[in-house]
Design a protein around this ligand. Structure first.
Ligand code: NAP
Ligand code: MG
Length: 402
């Protein structure tokens, strides 16, 4: 069979530990035999980040701006232990943080739904995608402990020196206070990323805040979404047959529980932090979760939602057998390949991505899976495979499907 040709390279960001091992297995078994793979390769493995003073991370993000689509392997975010383990010059910043700062994007996370791994919420039939705003609010909050009686005020001093004040509270005794902020430009790019992703995946978009109580702060989020929707997206949503739906956060939570799924739920920073953990654990496993960073300009970076699976990597280094789930990393590749195919109009590449995803799910539904899934599946006759054999089993399924 002739290999599928690509016209534009994918930006390939290699990573660390067990996921770096899976990365190679996936390429060797599932991609290179079928595709004339064109990539612009960046080694974001911690050693190479250290050698390049982390310039490689910046370069890979800039390449994503040039080509539009990237696929990223999980990477170590160094802490003190890693500085010692890898003899690092510095405690380099989180690559995801660096890339996100350059692309200015929103991260969308969606569970990969497969028969045999049932969500805890029994009426959820389709994935629920969480879009979390990644700037500000309590994550950039400033706080004070108030020791005793006294007045706390918010003070805004404009560049021209004029001052505006708002009383927070007249304390009669000890208490606490917190100041949080956000920026219109960041909320605007969050809104555009959400609307673009909804159009891209043809799913309804839900957004919720507490605007009835927070009449200026949360209300601004609501207003910005509404203004951008009306001005730039209303007609395109109608044409695509999808809906933008705003409601209060408590109403949204109640509706999510009763829904079938199949929509994007845009959340403010804190709501997204909390709700994405609820959604992912209710759907089964972090290893069955896709994650894509979408920039307001329409750049895409696909990755797995989990980390480098360090514990498995040390077993692997010891020559012990591992059973690490590669599904999320495979879906990072298929997401990126499908997007590349769409942008470059290569239907065979899009069809290949569909086929590889279908083969991955069928392999699991046929009872062949890694240990993490075997522990939670409702299927009865299950074969637990090691990391490489699971990937080989997917290849067999895919070849049989062709
Ligand atoms: P992790 O790599 O997500 O793994 C935590 C545990 O979850 C594993 O020990 C394993 O449990 C289970 N697990 C996660 N992914 C799995 C998979 N694909 N298959 C099977 N089991 C899986 O988190 P971590 O160990 O806390 O972090 C390790 C490194 O990853 C850290 O250096 C961190 O900085 C980095 N990290 C990177 C990213 C990213 O690049 N996007 C995200 C998060 C963390 P058992 O051991 O019980 O089998
Ligand atoms: Mg969290």
């Amino acid at each position: 069979m002739e290999k599928i040709k690509m016209t534009t390279p994918l930006v390939e960001m290699d990573g660390d530990e067990m996921t770096r091992i899976l990365w190679k297995y996936i390429k060797d078994e599932l991609l290179l035999p079928y595709i004339d793979l064109k990539t612009d390769y960046y080694d974001l493995g911690l050693e190479h980040r250290n050698e390049t003073d982390d310039q490689v991370t910046v370069d890979s993000a800039l390449a994503t701006k040039k080509y539009g689509v990237a696929v990223k392997c999980a990477t170590i975010t160094p802490n003190a232990a890693r500085v010692e383990e890898y003899n690092l010059k510095e405690m380099w910043k989180s690559p995801n943080g660096t890339i996100r700062a350059i692309l200015d994007g929103t991260v969308f996370r969606a569970p990969i739904v497969v028969k045999g791994i049932e969500p805890c919420v029994k009426n959820w039939k389709k994935p629920i995608t969480i879009a979390r705003h990644a700037y500000g609010d309590v994550y950039k909050g400033v706080e004070m402990k108030i020791p005793g009686a006294g007045k706390v005020e918010l003070v805004y001093t404009a560049e021209d020196g004029s001052v505006e004040k708002e009383l927070v509270h007249e304390f009669r005794g000890a208490g606490i206070v917190q100041g949080t902020h956000n920026i219109n430009a960041s909320i605007e790019s969050f809104a555009r990323s959400c609307f673009n992703y909804a159009l891209d995946t043809k799913q309804d978009l839900w957004f919720a805040t507490k605007d009835t109580i927070s009449k200026k702060y949360d209300h601004t989020f609501k207003d910005i979404f509404r203004e951008i929707y009306d001005a730039e997206y209303a007609q395109r949503f109608e044409e695509a047959g999808i809906e933008y739906f705003y409601t209060l956060i408590d109403d949204a939570v109640a509706r999510v529980m009763k829904s079938e799924g199949g929509y994007i739920w845009a959340c403010k920073n804190y709501d997204g932090d909390v709700m994405s953990d609820m959604i992912s654990s209710a759907f089964g496993s972090l290893a069955m979760m896709t994650s894509v960073l979408v920039s307001p300009e329409g750049y895409f970076e696909y990755e797995a939602a989990h980390g480098t699976v360090q514990r498995h990597y040390y077993k692997y280094l010891n020559g012990e057998e591992t059973s690490t789930n590669s599904v999320a990393t495979i879906f990072a590749w298929t997401g990126a390949l499908r997007k590349r195919g769409e942008l470059d109009q290569i239907p065979e590449l899009m069809a290949f991505a569909d086929r590889l995803e279908a083969a991955t799910l069928k392999t699991i539904e046929d009872g062949k899976m890694t240990k993490d899934l075997a522990l939670i599946t409702s299927l009865e006759h299950v074969t637990v495979l090691n990391s490489l054999d699971f990937i080989k089993a997917i290849r067999e399924t895919m070849d049989a499907m062709a």
